[in-house]
Design a binder for this molecule. Structure first.
Ligand SMILES: *[C@@H]1O[C@H](CO)[C@@H](O)[C@H](O)[C@H]1NC(C)=O
Ligand SMILES: *[C@@H]1O[C@H](CO)[C@@H](O)[C@H](O)[C@H]1NC(C)=O
Ligand SMILES: *[C@@H]1O[C@H](CO)[C@@H](O)[C@H](O)[C@H]1NC(C)=O
Ligand SMILES: *[C@@H]1O[C@H](CO)[C@@H](O)[C@H](O)[C@H]1NC(C)=O
Ligand SMILES: *[C@@H]1O[C@H](CO)[C@@H](O)[C@H](O)[C@H]1NC(C)=O
Ligand SMILES: *[C@@H]1O[C@H](CO)[C@@H](O)[C@H](O)[C@H]1NC(C)=O
Length: 938
């Protein structure tokens, strides 16, 4: 760090020459234009809104006299502790003198996290100078009346309120000067045309011309709910060049999201601070981690939900305080706020993913079990692990390799002399109906020598590597030693990435890509030659409390230049853009679906790939914390997500690993992964007890994959979550709000894992309704209370929700094998004796099967007298799709004479658990099926 500090003042000046005058010159040149256009605008406004303005001015005058009366009696520093907004965020305990320089209030008593220096109630920033109703919203111009204590206040702002849809509102605030373009995150998702706000579930209030600026958004009253104020701005609104701050009151304490962070699922409002700045940091509390998701979901009192997304990629702090209130504080870009009105939590996520992109459709094989480790060393050893897992009869679909396979840790190479025959390994896996994925890091080695390394040579030729401030490729250090980084904003970067991946694919026919280290991670902060001294970007006037105390800590310099902007703006988007390029490369190479799993993410990740939660620890605590992480990611529109089963760092134990396989079998992305120099932890490594319970639980996963696949398809089409917190299904049950030790697959499968050492009872919350033990069909009547279930080491508790039908399929050792077996149904009758379900089915790998009509959609229903299936749409017939078993839970009376499409069939009724097992029939699902029975008294 000392080295970095000592870099001279001279460099600083050079930097200013590069960045600042560009803007200044523009400002000078266009000042007269600006003035003229504003004057014209004013004239037009007055002309158009004459009567309105006169009325407003009168109103304003009346209001002002009222305000004056208020001010004379109120003490502007008498503010409830919970509603104090921090006026000195760069220090936790500024002195009174320091505070006074900002004209803020000071109170030094120890008040548990509240700021000692805070804004007075009459703090003023901007005033409204014009307000124009448009056909799709309101445009407001703002002028700053006092200087903030930040350099480079933007004195004139424009705020555009757009009624995008009845449930989606957009509020964008940026500089009023159109000629100076501020950084904005490119979101290339097509969306609907803005509406008029007529049917809108919201109402926006902005003060009249001449008033101090503020705004609020209400949920409009409906038959089922009253008006709720979703946000009401307060504190200081600051919009300086490198300091944008927006604070507002919230309607409740129930807030989720704001990732990527390690925390409880439901966040605390007790002065909580989150830093959003992508960082190679193993999951720990109070630190900025791999991803950036400036989105929260909030449940209002009464059970409605809304969501808010701040589309901004700059380094950011988000503060929660008990008022309840939130402060967004970012050091660049614009304020681009989306409000989603729900009203159910699932509606909010649908509305959010409509903006950031719906989830991609993964191949069916990727829902199988994945096994990986760093340190297999050879292809032979990798294959030995696959074989021992198979010997135990544990299903596995995908085998991975970490860095071991590479030549000198270089991407898209095989170290034949060290690793052995990678081609042979992949061909053997394919022969077994399995798939193969390997690690790819963004850093491209620059030291192989010219003509020796295609990935480097082609990048140089196409000029796609990120540049330092002097226009030379920026050099970092990662696993291969010195590296350069592809610029995924460069127009030729897609061709580049596809070409080098395709070249490797010719010799190693991989099926998916695991993209790691893409925050990007760099073993030398900045570059091999540090970073230039630069008071704007390397050392900005305000620095959110990021790890390492520098924005470039363990990553690139902020002045590094990419095609569309500098690293200061683009940093958080690196992983997303690499995911997009990798997804596209694989689509081109394979011509079918594939899987990209990325460590670094930004809003929109789920549109192209999935995520694993990074370098976790082999501990019961980390296993527990994985649940909040995967549920939060589902709220961020990333459905393919999981944590490293048994833990990555540290040595796992047999019990932890056994429990973690039971939990991990219910991650959407289910992978066991281990670090180097640790004992083996694949499920074949511990002997028969662990292997047997792991086999059992993966047989359950594989059996239920048709249900999971259908949920994933719904996410792809409509944006539903796949892994769900309980409150998503029961948003009016307050007791569910903080549950992060249980979760659901869609609406109908409740997973209640054991998460502690030597835990043999799980105290599970069972929501209101009928639930059935997965194994026996025993009915549990949920009353919204906790119930103790035994959980011996070889069992995870699973319950099926009454009213649902889960499609299933007998499990093979791979999904490829499963696809040759018949389907089954698990029917769980509701309190009213009925149930419903559906199944989306296709070949599992063709691109865009829904759009091309190459799929089948079946619906299922059941009542006390039978089970009925219906082919709603048939577009895929290339596979035998037969039903051969149905299980009905909750059939209170003994049935007789069970028939399938009129033909008598075998069955068994368990009187104790009231479960009917119908077996040994074989009827095509492509035609309607009727399964029925009689009761003895009929
Ligand atoms: C809030 O946090 C402070 C200090 O971190 C602690 O003293 C206080 O008890 C907490 N309050 C609540 C309500 O949790
Ligand atoms: C707003 O500020 C601009 C630039 O400082 C100034 O020209 C304009 O007159 C101001 N408008 C109002 C209504 O105060
Ligand atoms: C919003 O709701 C509050 C009450 O919660 C009410 O005082 C205010 O007038 C409403 N504003 C708008 C624009 O409807
Ligand atoms: C892999 O195993 C085969 C056969 O067992 C052997 O011939 C080969 O030398 C081994 N390769 C390596 C790299 O260990
Ligand atoms: C690698 O394995 C493949 C397939 O088993 C085989 O065709 C090829 O000859 C092997 N290559 C080497 C270098 O052993
Ligand atoms: C579950 O068992 C634990 C430990 O025996 C006990 O403390 C707890 O009260 C029980 N909970 C319920 C809901 O019965």
């Amino acid at each position: 760090m000392g080295k970095e500090k000592n870099r001279g003042v001279k460099d600083d000046k050079n930097m200013e020459i590069i960045y600042i005058p560009v803007i200044k010159q523009k400002q000078l040149r266009f000042r007269w234009l600006e003035i003229l256009s504003l004057f014209l605008l004013l004239v037009i406004c007055i002309w158009m809104f004459k009567p309105v303005i006169v009325e407003k001015v009168v109103n304003q005058w009346l209001k002002k006299t009222e305000e004056k009366v208020d001010l004379s009696t109120a003490d502007t520093c008498t503010i409830d502790i919970s509603s104090r907004f921090d006026c000195y965020p760069e220090k936790s305990l500024p002195t009174e003198l320091e505070c006074n320089t900002r004209n803020c209030c000071y109170d030094a008593q120890d008040i548990g996290g509240a700021p000692v220096c805070f804004y007075p109630t009459n703090y003023e920033g901007y005033r409204v100078t014009s307000k124009i109703k448009t056909s799709t919203g309101i445009n407001i111009m703002l002028n700053r009346t006092t200087q903030s204590f930040r350099p480079n206040d933007i004195n004139q702002l424009i705020m555009e309120v757009t009624y995008e849809t009845p449930t989606r509102l957009r509020i964008r605030i940026t500089n009023g000067d159109h000629l100076v373009k501020r950084w904005e995150v490119p979101l290339d998702i097509t969306r609907d045309k803005p509406g008029s706000g007529d049917q809108a579930l919201y109402k926006v209030a902005v003060p009249d011309i001449g008033s101090p600026f503020s705004f609020s958004v209400n949920r409009t009253a409906t038959v089922s709910s009253d008006t709720v104020t979703l946000l009401q701005t307060t504190g200081a609104f600051i919009f300086a060049d490198q300091f944008l701050q927006l604070s507002y009151f919230l309607p409740s304490n129930y807030i989720y999201g704001l990732g990527e962070h390690r925390d409880t699922l439901l966040h605390s409002m007790n002065w909580t601070k989150f830093i959003l700045w992508n960082n190679d940091q193993s999951p720990k509390e109070n630190m900025n981690l791999y991803g950036d998701h400036p989105f929260y979901l909030m449940i209002e009192n009464g059970g409605n939900s809304h969501g808010v997304f701040l589309l901004n990629s700059n380094a950011m702090e988000v503060l929660l305080q008990p008022a309840p209130a939130i402060t967004w504080r970012t050091i660049g870009g614009v304020i681009d706020l989306y409000v989603f009105l729900g009203p159910s939590p699932n509606d909010v996520i649908q509305q959010y993913t409509e903006v950031i992109g719906r989830t991609f459709m993964p191949p069916y094989w990727s829902l199988g079990f994945h096994v990986c480790r760093w340190g297999y060393k050879t292809a032979n050893r990798t294959m030995e692990i696959v074989e021992r897992i198979r010997r135990y009869g544990i299903p596995q679909d995908v085998q991975w390799n970490d860095l071991d396979y590479m030549d000198h840790n270089r991407d898209f190479t095989t170290g034949i002399s060290t690793f052995g025959n990678q081609t042979g390994l992949v061909e053997e896996l394919h022969r077994l109906g399995m798939h193969y994925m390997m690690i790819v890091d963004p850093g491209i080695s620059n030291s192989a020598g010219t003509g020796k390394y295609y990935s480097y040579d082609l990048g140089v030729k196409l000029d796609v590597f990120i540049k330092n401030v002097s226009g030379q490729p920026l050099i970092g250090v990662v696993w291969p030693g010195p590296v350069v980084f592809p610029d995924f904003t460069h127009p030729k970067s897609q061709d580049y990435w596809t070409a080098i991946a395709a070249d490797f694919h010719k010799s190693v026919p991989f099926d998916g890509m695991w993209i790691d280290m893409n925050e990007v991670s760099n073993f030398v902060s900045g570059s091999t030659s540090g970073c230039p001294s630069n008071s704007h970007f390397e050392d900005p006037p305000y620095l959110p409390s990021v790890s390492g105390g520098k924005l470039f800590y363990r990553t690139m310099c902020m002045t590094a230049q990419q095609y569309t902007s500098i690293q200061y703006n683009l940093h958080a988007l690196y992983g997303l853009m690499e995911t997009k390029a990798s997804h596209q490369a694989l689509t081109t190479i394979l011509g079918k679906r594939s899987l990209v799993i990325s460590r670094s993410t930004f809003a929109g990740q789920g549109h192209y790939g999935g995520h694993w939660t990074g370098d976790n620890l082999s501990s019961f605590y980390d296993m527990y914390k994985s649940i909040s992480a995967i549920l939060s990611m589902n709220m961020f529109g990333v459905t393919m997500v999981g944590a490293d089963i048994c833990g990555f760092s540290g040595a796992t134990t047999e019990q932890l690993c056994q429990r973690w396989h039971q939990l991990g079998a219910f991650y959407t992305f289910s992978r066991n992964h281990n670090s180097i120099n640790r004992p083996d932890q694949d499920p074949g490594a511990f002997g028969p007890a662990l292997a047997e319970s792991t086999r059992e639980v993966y047989l359950i996963r594989y059996k239920l994959l048709p249900y999971l696949y259908t949920l994933i398809h719904k996410s792809h089409m409509m944006g539903d979550t796949v892994l769900r917190p309980l409150f998503f299904e029961f948003p009016t049950l307050v007791d569910t709000y903080n549950i992060d030790r249980q979760f659901l697959w869609g609406p109908a499968l409740l997973i209640s894992p054991a998460l502690d050492q030597d835990q043999y009872t799980v105290e599970a919350y069972i929501p209101v309704g009928y639930w059935y033990d997965y194994y026996t069909g025993e009915r549990v009547i949920g009353t919204g209370d906790r119930i103790n279930f035994t959980t011996p080491l070889d069992k995870i508790n699973l319950h099926i929700r009454g009213g649902y039908i889960l499609p299933a399929r007998r499990s093979g050792l791979t999904t490829t094998e499963s696809r040759s077996y018949p389907f089954g149904l698990i029917v769980a009758l509701s309190l009213f004796g009925d149930a419903r379900g559906d199944l989306f089915w296709d070949d599992g790998e063709t691109l865009d099967t829904h759009e091309k009509g190459l799929f089948n959609m079946f619906t299922f229903s059941a009542d006390q007298n039978g089970v009925y299936t219906n082919p709603e749409y048939i577009g895929y017939k290339d596979e035998r799709q037969y039903l051969n078993n149905v299980t009905v839970f909750g059939l209170d009376k003994q049935p007789y004479g069970v028939t399938a499409n009129g033909q008598p069939t075998a069955y068994d009724y368990n009187k104790q658990y009231k479960a009917l097992y119908i077996t040994d029939f074989d009827v095509t699902l492509l035609e309607p099926i009727k399964i029925s029975w009689k009761f003895s008294d009929e």
